[in-house]
Design a protein around this ligand. Sequence first.
Ligand code: NAD
Ligand code: UD1
Length: 341
Amino acid sequence: MRILVTGGTGYIGSHTAVELLNAGHEVVIFDNLSNSDIEVVDKIKKITGKSLVFYYADMLDKPALDKIFDQEPIDCVIHFAGLKAVGESVKNPYLYYHNNIVGTLNLIEAMQTHGVTNMIFSSSATVYGTPKSVPIDETFEKGQCVNPYGWTKSMIEQILTDIQRANAWNVVLLRYFNPIGAHPSGLIGEKPNGVPNNLMPYITQVAIGERKELGVFGNDYDTPDGTGIRDYIHVVDLANAHVCALKKIGDRSGLSVYNIGTGKGYSVLEVIRNFEKVNGIPIPYSIRPRREGDLASYYANADKAKRELGWQPKYGIEDMVRDSWNFQQMQGRSVSSEQDS
Ligand code: NAD
Ligand code: UD1
């Protein structure tokens, strides 16, 4: 299939482009490079030994989207483009609603104009809000999101659900849990802007000496060691879930929703210990107050994706911490970063 990957130079999009090319698909990427580098295109080519088409384009620019669809015969869109920093979305909600929602509406319009009716969308486990229990499966009701970023995911899911129903599209909503890790080559991975909000990039920046210590947000949760439990998934496994989801699109199956996680949760302290053991580097940390909006335990029942998509995660926590560190080492220290406490 010929796949349009929006946001394809970003963290998850670039890994997905690699797996799509490896699986024999053709890849067209567009990205406005607001949170990624153009060099990623060459790195994808280097990893796969295959070519791809890249457009520097913004999904807020409707004529630019039309031009891409005029030039490229597209079988399916995998839609990653969007802003994703939770804290920034709280400070500037308009930016998030405008970019993520208006951008997606423009994309839908361009698809409709050009008769493209297949989409896989990057959603998030955050749409479940505060779940009634864990593990979370797809029969759980969606909940109240705790930030504007989360609401954009929830709203786009609803928009795509309605469009699918009215226009007989094929839509797959993939609800990611916590993607970490990097391509084993170390050529592509996640490069957060400024002080990382998420656990793994913070740990790797402590390991490389860019930050003094990790703050562990709370050790008084109702979990075995008191720290928060999450379902971490290797980004290459996550990328492969998109390749598997294409089969569902091929079956013309209407609307499908899948959790993409491993089904196994790790606490913050377990992640630190695994990182230290696998990479042989101590991670100094101190216990801090709980972070607002955090839950004790959040992990998936991912059986539906295994059953219906034939998808199976291959990587464990050791691979995740090894590949995250490998990528950080390839990047080195960022000269411009400020030390924080
Ligand atoms: P990322 O920021 O690395 O990638 C997103 C890409 O979209 C970037 O390259 C950015 O330049 C591009 N982009 C943003 N706005 C654009 C616009 N208006 N036009 C064109 N390109 C635009 O993020 P990621 O981690 O790869 O996430 C990909 C998708 O998965 C996002 O939609 C994100 O919300 C979703 N998601 C991510 C996580 C996670 O933990 N990383 C979890 C759940 C869901
Ligand atoms: C966060 C976002 C979520 C988003 C997800 C992926 C919040 C409240 N939630 O989820 O919306 O979809 O990232 O981008 O921001 N931790 C520390 N110290 C740190 C960083 C994290 O102890 O410096 C802990 C957290 O308290 C949590 C775990 O590590 O228990 C994982 O945190 P994080 O990587 O930020 O992911 P989520 O909180 O699951």
